[in-house]
Design a protein around this ligand. Structure first.
Ligand code: ATP
Ligand code: MG
Length: 267
């Protein structure tokens, strides 16, 4: 069984069809990327999967369970979490506490129940603290544990977001442009972290414009343009696909195939 299955998913905003009859499956293993030019409908697709928006038509199955139209908090507790195109952290909380909040999302007791049941909650709190510190270590953030999240440089804020999103041990994580604004070195570190998340058993669905990251990190790629799926396959297959190359021409964005972009630029 695939971890996620989309069947004819559609979303209209008035007359605009932002996501148009999209179907694909995300296997349990590895990293699946969604690419496409600006405005193609990628973030809207994530909003539909994560429950931020209901689809106008179609079905979304998570581990075989129909989650179509479920509210976001129910989708999250089912084990499907997301990050956002723009960083969203609890800025006034410490770096460590940001990750702890992520742990509590699926914590057995839950944050409020934990406050009401001090004895068992204390044991859980110790486990959460240990897990959160382990995640910070993994994300290279241990040295900043007690600093406010707002004080972190931008690249490290993105890493913290990732650590927080994985804290509850989700079975599927949606990452919306995690490499946006990162330098080459930070992107390479991010790629390693994403691989590791996938190797640890969390299926990853990744929206990304950074083609180096996509080509190096993704096992398979789904390409959308004007809301429609226009291609899917391995990174090598989609970068050679004429429909994909055509979709990227004239957008000012690097094509999945650098050679094609160069040819276009030179004539
Ligand atoms: N809440 C909304 N109301 C109306 N139109 C919307 C809404 N959200 C998105 N759209 C429109 O839907 C289309 C797809 O937008 P979306 O943000 O999904 O694209 P994207 O592929 O994520 O683009 P980018 O790469 O720039 O992030 C765009 O035309 C956008 O203006
Ligand atoms: Mg987007």
């Amino acid at each position: 069984m695939s971890r996620l299955k989309l069947e004819g998913v559609t979303r209209r905003f008035g007359g605009l069809v932002a996501v148009d009859d999209v179907s694909f499956e995300v296997p349990a293993e590895g990293v699946t990327a969604v690419i496409g030019p600006n405005g193609a409908g990628k973030t809207t697709l994530f909003n539909l999967i994560s429950g931020a928006l209901p689809p106008s038509a179609g079905r979304i199955l998570f581990e075989g369970q129909d989650i179509t139209g479920l509210p976001a908090h129910k989708v999250a507790t089912a084990g499907l979490v997301r990050t956002f195109q723009l960083v969203k952290l609890f800025e006034d909380l410490s770096v460590l506490d940001n990750v702890k909040v992520g742990c509590h999302l699926q914590g057995r007791a839950g944050l409020f129940a934990a406050l009401l049941r001090p004895a068992s909650a204390r044991r859980e709190e110790a486990a959460v603290d240990a897990r959160a510190r382990e995640l910070l270590d993994f994300a290279g953030l241990s040295a900043f544990a007690d600093e406010p999240a707002s004080g972190l440089p931008y690249g490290r804020q993105r890493m913290l977001e990732l650590a927080r999103a994985t804290a509850a041990g989700p079975r599927l994580i949606l990452l919306d442009e995690p490499a946006a604004g990162l330098n080459t070195e930070e992107s390479a570190a991010l790629s390693r972290i994403i691989r590791r998340i996938a190797d640890d058993g969390t299926s990853v669905l990744l929206i990304e414009h950074d083609m180096t990251l996509v080509m190096n990190t993704a096992d398979r790629v789904v390409v959308v343009d004007f809301g429609r799926k226009i291609a899917q396959g391995t990174p090598a297959e989609v970068r050679a696909d004429p429909a994909v190359i055509a979709a990227y021409l004239g957008t000012g964005k690097p094509s999945p195939d650098p050679a094609a972009t160069q040819e276009a630029a030179h004539g």
